[in-house]
Design a protein around this ligand. Structure first.
Ligand code: NAD
Length: 472
């Protein structure tokens, strides 16, 4: 089942396409069987998946259950529960000009979906899109990240054992292999990764006019207002930031706060770190490691010449970077130029909410924005005056656990969305279906020749308002 790309890959993609064309993936029963089998794989092979994630990212088994396996299981359960209803054609009303008639929106599968996964949540971010694409009735080619090699190899071995291998193919490889894969024509490409590669994927997709979903990253800001409860703020920031050693796309990237609030927050952050990871996080089995030497060098480079208020220790042998917090970081600092994607949290001083909104709005639109405040007025202001993929009030990252919420970015943080019914939307075509009885043939009133009386009739019709009085 596993292949490094060769001409055989074209044959593999072709075989999956044949399964789609043969109608294999369309019946609801097939879709549900795949979802249930995927869920069974996650439960039966939980230990193997935990081991692979520990090998790739030193994730603790509990964290793997919570943030990888459990998220996929939650998505599958929600989808299995509601899929029949989501797929039901939706009737829509008929304007007078077309009546009598019946109109409905029918969701049809797109065909063959290519899912390209990242390394940071190599199970969740490969399998949640896979589940959505299968639920929508598609065949799938999955390309896991080569930078989480143990997980990639395990998925390549397990998925064919559990899923219909005629319609689901796993192809392993890195940039070179993905470049080749992108030459093939797909019906949708679902990519999670960074914006540079996202552009490469979008360009390749444009050749075939293939629609793309791009789940990208960016710097997700936090504003801590003066009125925030600093104990829970610190706990939640530390948990959201240092989960997976900060290698989380929706992790808080930087904190904005007044100097006074930052000064009060800092000791709480220190306490929270000790509560969650002990006095020596390097010894904590719950604190992860940096994925590879390249990322380790990039992150330690960001710390060159800066003084950490908390943490700052590193160990190249184990690729350990201590949970690190720096207070009073300048907006011009290198830490503020690129997505950090590691266990380093800068705090930037602002004069208050107005400046925080100005700083956020002057930058690319982030994947998420988190506001810690008790003020509903301030929440409304941020909602109105800022743009982000998601918005969390007093809670970072957890929006992705709510299947009713769309997950995706805006602007530089991504294109499109998924999770729950949004996945069905993403991986389906909404087909307009209109059927009009042949009798009575009301259309004859609008056919040429356009006599004066017919012209008057049509003009009266066009001038009629379709807007209800309440909407005027
Ligand atoms: P990446 O873009 O380096 O890699 C993602 C995938 O693209 C991998 O499967 C890789 O093999 C492939 N790839 C790499 N270079 C390629 C090329 N030149 N041509 C074609 N394919 C190529 O991303 P990553 O390092 O795995 O993940 C980190 C980034 O992803 C961060 O920016 C993070 O914020 C973002 N991210 C976003 C989300 C989200 O849900 N929005 C989730 C996780 C990560």
């Amino acid at each position: 089942m596993t292949d490094l790309l060769t001409p055989a890959t074209t044959a593999r993609v072709g075989a999956v396409r044949d399964a789609f064309r043969a109608g294999t993936t369309k019946p609801l029963a097939w879709r549900l069987r795949q979802l249930v089998a995927l869920r069974r794989m996650l439960v039966e092979q939980g230990a193997a998946l935990e081991d692979a994630l520990a090998t790739d990212l030193a994730k603790s088994p509990t964290e793997s259950q919570m943030s990888e396996i459990g998220v996929v299981v939650g998505e599958i359960d929600n989808t299995v529960r509601h899929l029949r209803r989501w797929l039901r054609p939706k009737r829509v009303s008929i304007p007078l000009a077309v009546a009598p008639a019946a109109a409905r929106v029918v969701r049809e599968p797109l065909g063959v979906v290519l899912v390209i996964g990242p390394w940071n949540y190599p199970v969740q971010l490969a399998l949640v899109p896979l589940a959505g694409a299968l639920a929508a009735g598609n065949a799938v080619v999955l390309k896991p990240s080569e930078l989480a090699p143990a997980t990639s190899a395990l998925l390549a071995r397990l998925l064919p054992e559990y899923l219909d291998r005629s319609a689901v193919a796993v192809i392993e490889g890195g940039a070179e292999e993905t470049t080749e894969l992108l030459i093939e024509k797909f019906d949708h490409i679902f990519f999670t990764g960074d914006a540079r590669v996202g552009r490469i994927v979008a360009r390749a997709a444009a050749e075939h006019l293939t629609p793309v979903t791009l789940e990208l990253g960016g710097k997700s800001p936090v504003f801590v207002h003066d009125d925030a409860d600093l104990v829970s703020t610190a706990d939640r920031l530390v948990f959201g930031k240092f989960l997976n050693a900060g290698q989380t796309c929706v992790a808080p990237d930087y904190v904005l706060a007044t100097q006074e609030t930052a000064g009060r927050l800092l000791p709480h952050l220190r306490d929270a770190l000790t509560r969650l990871y002990g006095a020596h996080p390097e010894a904590s089995p719950d604190f992860g490691r940096i994925v590879n030497d390249r990322q380790f060098a990039r992150l330690t480079g960001l710390l060159d010449g800066v003084r950490a208020d908390i943490g700052g220790q590193t160990n190249p042998t184990t690729r350990y970077i201590a949970p690190t917090i720096l207070d009073g970081v300048s907006l011009d600092s290198r830490l503020m130029q690129e997505e950090i994607f590691g266990p380093i949290l800068p705090i930037v001083h602002v004069s208050g909410a107005d400046q925080a909104i100005a700083v956020i709005s002057a930058r690319e639109k982030p994947l998420a924005l988190y506001l810690f405040t008790e003020s509903r007025t301030l929440v409304r202001r941020f909602l109105r005056d800022t743009s982000s993929g998601a918005f969390g009030v007093s809670i970072p990252a957890a929006h992705l656990l709510v299947p009713g919420l769309p997950f995706g970015g805006v602007g530089e943080s991504g294109i499109g969305r998924y999770h729950g019914e949004f996945s069905i939307d993403t991986f389906s075509h909404s087909k307009a279906v209109l059927s009009k009885p042949t009798r009575p043939d009301t259309l004859k009133f609008i056919y040429p020749p356009f006599s004066a009386s017919r012209d008057a009739f049509i003009r009266r019709f066009v001038a009629r308002t379709g807007i209800r009085r309440s909407e005027r």
